[in-house]
Design a protein. Sequence first.
Length: 398
Amino acid sequence: MKGLLRHQFVFNFFQLCIKHYFKRKFNYDFQTVKPSYSSYIVLSNHTTNYDPIMVGLSFPKLLYYVASDHIFRWGFASRLIEYLAAPIPRLKAITEVQTIKQILRTLKSGGNICIFAEGNRSFSGETGDIPESTGKLVKLSGAALITYCLEGGYFTNPRWGRNLRRGSMFGRKVMEYGPEQIREMTVDQLNAAIQKDLYVNAYEEQKMRPVAYNGENLAEDLETALYLCPQCKRMTGLKSEGDQFYCSCGLKVLYTPYGSFLSQEAQSPPFQSVLDWSRWQSAEIIKMAEDFSQYPSDKLILSDMGQSLWRIKKARKSKLLCRGTLELYNNRLIMRNADGGEYSFDFDKISGMAIYSRMVLIFSTTDRYSYEIKSSNPRSAIKYLELFKTLKTIKKRE
C-alpha cells in the first residue's frame, strides 16, 4: 500500500511521544494488545474526541481509521492528516460503498483497520446501537476481529460538554475472533457479539466504582443533549451556566463531578442522571410526535435562530447556502433567511440524518446531495433528529 512505511513511522513516533502525555492528562491506562492474526479489524466504542489516539496506544502496528468526513474539509490540515495517516472517509447519514471498498483495499494491502462501530459518540453515556452492516463488513473482509472497549471517556469528554474533565480512563481488549470463527457465525450472531462486547453504561460503572471527574463549568452546553423540560414540557427553555442547568419555568439542578444531578431546592431533582433524562425525553417526544403529526402542514412545531445551511460536495468541500432560522414542520425542514428566501426539505426526500460533534445536523437527500446545519449558539440537534425520525415513521404508517 502506498505510504505504508511512512504511516507506520508516524504511528510509532506518535505512540512514543504521546503515551506519557495522555496518561498524565487524562489519567488514562490501557492494556497492550498482541493480536494473534496479521490482518484484523478493530471495533471500538466511541467516547471522546481522542479515541483514535487512545485505541492506537494499545496496538503494535499502524491502524487506519475510518473517520467522519468533516476532517477532510480543513484545508491544509486535512491534506497533512491524509499524508501522515491516510484516514478513510465516511459520510455520516448515508452508506458509502466507496468507504467499504477502501477498507477492503487497505486490508488486502497489509494495513489494519479501526472503526468506531456506533458511528457516533454517545450524548447520554450509553453505547448506541451498532449498524447491522457492521457484521456483514467483518465477514466480507476475511480478516480477524478485535473488539476494544474504552471506559471513563463519557465523563472525561462528554459529547455535549464544552470542557474536558480529569477523572480516570481505561482501554482494554474485550475479545478476539479469528477468521474461521467469524465464518461459522451468522451476521446476526456476529452483530449480537459486537453489541455485547462494546456495550458500556457509564452510570452503571459509576455506581460500581465512583470517580470524580473534575473540571470547570461542568454543565455548560448540556442543553445540546437535554432539550425537553420535565416540568413545563417545552423544548426551548433549558439553559446552562457554570455547573447549573435550568429552565425559564423555574426548574434548576446542579451537575456534579460524579455526573449526577443535585437539586438546589428542597425537592429531589427530576432525574438523577443525563441518561435517565435522555431516556425520558426520547419516550416523551414519541408521544408528542403523535399530536404533531395531526397538525396542519403549515403549523410550526420547532424553530431556532442563528443557523447556517451548508451543502457538502463528495465529503471534501462545503458551500454556505444561507444563514437564518431553522424551522421544523410535521413533513419538512425549512431554512429561512433574513431576506425571505428559503430552502425546503420534505421528509420523504431526506434519506438519512445524523449528528456531527455537539450540534451539527447532517442529512442527505434522495437526489444524492448532503447538507449540514450549524448553529452559532447552543441548541440541540437531537430534538430535530428524533422528531424527524418519529414523524417520518408515523407518516409511513398512515
